[in-house]
Unconditional design. Structure first.
Length: 130
């Protein structure tokens, strides 16, 4: 059976409301994982985040054929993205884009290899089960 994406809209495993408290999301994920743990056809899971479910599904179909389902668990609302971990990544890259220089000589000690933008925001928490 090929890895299949559970419909993100009509998905009984997806948290159906915006969660201000990330502990709510983790508690919901724990419940979903327990429901799969009680089914003998499933023996493993993988947790990930992405900004594009279809693209990530295609990648996992090539690299993780042992999994059966890709299940969106939580979609972070767009207005939360300014406070997301990806936003932190962009700010840190901007702060250190010039590298690390010796404080006295100005000699470059470490170059920053990141692109200026950082990763695109990832708003979907998902699991793979197999």
């Amino acid at each position: 059976m090929a890895l299949t994406l559970i419909d993100p809209v009509n998905n009984r495993f997806k948290l159906d409301r915006s969660a201000v408290d990330r502990r709510l999301v983790i508690g919901h994920l724990r419940s979903v994982l327990h429901s799969f743990a009680n089914k003998p056809e499933y023996s493993r899971f993988y947790i990930g985040i992405t900004g594009d479910l279809e693209e990530r599904l295609a990648q996992h179909q090539r690299t993780r054929p042992e999994f059966k389902l890709m299940i969106p668990i939580y979609e972070e609302p767009g207005h939360y993205l300014n406070d997301s971990f990806d936003r932190l990544e962009r700010e840190v890259i901007a702060a250190f884009r010039g590298g690390i220089r010796h404080p006295d000589s100005g000699q470059m000690l470490l170059h920053c290899d990141n692109g200026a933008a950082g990763a695109a925001p990832k708003c979907y928490l998902y699991i793979l089960v197999g």
